[in-house]
Design a protein around this ligand. Sequence first.
Ligand code: MD3
Ligand code: FE
Length: 203
Amino acid sequence: APELMAPGAVLLRGFAGAVDAALLEAVAQVIAAAPLRHLVTPGGYTMTVAMSNCGALGWTSSRSGYRYTSTDPLSGQPWPPMPGCFADLALRAAAEAGFNDFRPDACLINRYEPGARLSLHQDRDESDLSAPIVSVSLGLPAVFLFGGTRRTDRPTRYQLVHGDVAVWGGPSRLAYHGVAPLAEGEHPRLGRQRINLTFRCAA
Ligand code: MD3
Ligand code: FE
């Protein structure tokens, strides 16, 4: 049953479990064409999370800022197309949370190894903030930090495990959030890593 974390924020535990093999095969295809890489922030820090994208637009960061691009800066080629199993899962999860006709044009792939973390931030580089973000967790478990709309709001901690899907829309769309440093572990399918997919309407 969908679990309400906050207004507009819905957790669907295990929702991706039945299609995990197809998702992981598609991830492997995407990152063969657009390799995972550690981006540099505008402040000059190298992110501990490695990232890639698929879909019409992809999120990137460099010394000059954060932005969505239609091509991979590493290759100059368009980002790999969004796999059908990605688009289908995102559409079904959003509908389950009450957001109909979710058609994301961007999927950011985040790869965490033990120790990798994502500090508290808002996702506000998308032009359509009325659309939710759908996230899918695969591999090692993570502690997800879910704050409020002010950076100083004390975050609530949620454990996210392999197959969990969350939908972040409405009043939660601009909530601060992050991921605590990934603990050591070995996942039967993915080994020492966690993969997170986030589906966005960026254009
Ligand atoms: C709540 N990724 O890629 S997914 C990100 O686990 C990001 O890799 C995390 O934050 C990860 O930007 C968290 C959950 C998530 C994603 C987007 C949100 C939660 C959100 C946007 C608004 C509110
Ligand atoms: Fe985020």
